[in-house]
Design a protein around this ligand. Structure first.
Ligand SMILES: [Zn+2]
Length: 447
C-alpha cells in the first residue's frame, strides 16, 4: 500500500468512519495463500467479536477499479465471498400474529425446526408486511434461516419465489377489530407497511402495556407474572395502572381464585407496595413515551434534577430536547406529542400520587464530581463486568456527573470493557475511543 492511500485511510478514520479489518493480497496469490488469508481474517473477526458472514475482495487502485465499470447490481472491481454454512434450509409453514402494546401486530414466521449452533429454532420475526411481501413468502416454500449476530434467528431468503400469498389477517387476532395497514417512509424513500389494531381496549394491547409497566426497568414489580396480569385484566380488576395500587378492593375475590390464596395474594401486594418507592427515570420509562427508554429517561432525570414537575413544564412548553445527549428530532417530537394528550397528562399527574420518589443525592454527586476525570463525559459499558451489574455501572457513571451511553458513537469518550465484549468494542477501536478495563475505571475514580 502506498503512502497516499494510507493517508486516505487515516483521514476516513479520523472523520469517524469505521474501517473494516483487511489484508492486502497480490493478484498472483496462490489458492492456498488465499485460503490462509481468509482463515486469518475469520479468526481476527472471532477474536474481536465481530459478527462475520463473509468478506469482499476488491482491487486496491481507484482508477483501475473505475475502468472496470458496473452492472445494474454491482461494480465489477470486486467479488463478495459469503460463507455458506451460516444459512439453514427449512420449510416455511405459517405466520403467527402478535398484537403489541402500541397496537402494532407483529408477524412471526413459523417454520420446520432447524438446529443452529446447538439451538433448535422454529420461529423468527418477520418485522413488517413489506418484509413478507419482499420475500414473496407462501406456506410450504423453502427458506434460508440464519442467526444474525449469532443470536437472533432471521429469515434470509425464499428459495421458491414467485408465488406470494397474502396471509394478512383482516381482523385483530385478539379482539377481532378490523385491522389497518399503516405506511411510513424510511431511508432512501423506502416504504414500510405495518399492520395495526386500532382498538384502545384490545385485551392484548392492554396486557402488553401492563407487562411493560411492571417490567424491571419500569416500576419493577417482581412476582407478578404475565399470566396473573392477564387474569386480573380479564376479571375487570385491572383497567388502568392506578388499579394495580388498589387491588385490595378485590382482596377476597383474588384470594378465592384458583391457584391463588392468602400467601400469594400477600406476596403480590408486598411486591406492588415495594414499587411505590421509585425514581424519576423508572416512572418515565413506565409512561412508555415512544423511544423514551431507560437511557433517555436517565438523561432527562439528570437534566431536570429529578424534578417531574420541571420536566412536565418543559414538555408542555417548547423546550428543545435535542440539546440533550442522545436526543434527536423524533424523540423531541415524541415527548411534546405525548404531553399534548390530555389523557396522558391526567395519568402523568395523578399516578404520581401513588409513589414516593427518591431524592436525588445532589450533595454526593457534587463531591464525586469534583474529584473525578469523568464529569461531563459520555461513557459506555459493555461485556460482563466483575463489580457491577449493567444497572449498577450506569448508576455509577451518572453519579460521576457523566452520561451513560447505550451505544458507541463519535460522542463517546470512554468505553468500559468487561469480559466477552462484542461489537461495541470493535466499534470503539474503529473510532479510536479510549478503552478502559473495569479495574482502570475504578482506579481512575479512586485516584
Ligand atoms: Zn385488537
Amino acid at each position: 500500500m502506498n503512502d497516499s492511500r494510507m493517508c486516505k485511510l487515516l483521514s476516513a478514520k479520523e472523520f469517524g468512519f469505521g474501517i473494516c479489518p483487511f489484508v492486502t493480497i497480490s493478484p498472483e496469490i496462490t489458492e492456498t495463500e488465499l485460503e490462509a488469508q481468509i482463515k486469518a481474517l475469520t479468526e481476527l473477526a472471532e477474536l474481536s467479536d465481530i459478527p462475520i458472514d463473509g468478506m469482499v475482495v476488491r482491487f486496491d487502485e481507484l482508477s483501475y477499479s473505475q475502468s472496470l465499470g458496473r452492472t445494474g447490481h454491482h461494480y465489477n472491481d470486486g467479488i463478495a465471498y459469503k460463507f455458506e454454512d451460516d444459512m439453514y434450509e427449512t420449510i416455511f409453514r405459517s405466520i403467527e400474529w402478535q398484537t403489541g402494546r402500541t397496537g402494532e401486530i407483529a408477524p412471526v414466521a413459523i417454520f420446520d425446526t432447524v438446529e443452529i449452533d446447538g439451538c433448535e429454532v422454529s420461529r423468527a420475526s418477520l418485522h413488517n408486511l413489506s418484509f413478507i411481501k419482499n420475500l414473496e413468502l407462501h406456506p410450504g416454500c423453502r427458506i434460508l434461516v440464519s442467526k444474525r449476530n449469532m443470536i437472533i434467528p432471521h429469515v434470509e431468503e425464499n428459495l421458491d419465489r414467485g408465488k406470494y400469498q397474502d396471509m394478512i389477517p383482516r381482523t385483530c387476532p385478539c379482539c377481532n377489530q378490523e385491522t389497518r395497514i399503516y405506511s411510513r417512509t424510511v431511508e432512501k424513500d423506502r416504504i414500510v407497511e405495518t399492520l395495526h389494531c386500532d382498538k384502545p381496549e384490545c385485551p392484548d394491547r392492554i396486557l402488553q402495556q401492563f407487562v411493560h409497566f411492571t417490567e424491571k426497568k419500569a416500576m419493577n414489580i417482581k412476582g407478578i407474572s404475565e399470566a396473573t396480569l392477564a387474569r386480573l385484566i380479564e376479571l375487570g380488576y385491572l383497567k388502568t395502572f392506578h388499579d394495580l395500587y388498589h387491588l385490595d378492593r378485590y382482596r377476597e375475590e383474588i384470594i378465592a381464585l384458583d391457584g391463588f390464596g392468602v400467601k400469594s395474594y400477600e406476596k403480590m401486594q408486598a411486591a406492588i407496595n415495594e414499587s411505590r418507592n421509585t425514581t424519576f427515570s423508572r416512572y418515565l420509562v413506565a409512561m412508555d413515551i415512544p423511544m423514551i427508554g431507560r437511557t433517555a429517561s436517565r438523561e432527562l432525570e439528570r437534566h431536570f434534577n429529578g424534578s417531574l414537575r420541571e420536566f412536565e413544564l418543559a414538555a408542555m412548553d417548547r423546550f428543545d430536547f435535542t440539546c440533550l445527549q442522545g436526543f434527536g428530532e423524533t424523540m423531541h417530537d415524541n415527548i411534546h406529542e405525548w404531553f399534548h394528550d390530555s389523557d396522558h397528562i391526567l395519568l402523568w399527574r395523578t399516578l404520581q400520587k401513588e409513589f414516593n420518589f427518591e431524592e436525588r443525592k445532589e450533595d454526593n454527586t457534587m463531591t464525586e464530581n469534583k474529584n473525578n476525570p469523568f464529569a461531563g463525559c459520555t461513557i459506555v459499558a459493555t461485556g460482563k463486568l466483575e463489580h457491577f451489574t449493567r444497572d449498577g455501572i450506569n448508576s455509577k457513571i451518572i453519579s460521576l456527573g457523566a452520561t451513560a451511553g447505550s451505544s458507541v458513537t463519535k460522542k463517546t469518550d470512554y468505553l468500559i470493557c468487561g469480559e466477552k465484549a462484542g461489537s461495541k468494542l470493535a466499534k470503539a477501536q474503529e473510532l479510536g475511543i479510549t478503552i478502559l478495563t473495569e479495574q482502570q475505571f475504578m482506579d481512575m475514580i479512586s485516584a
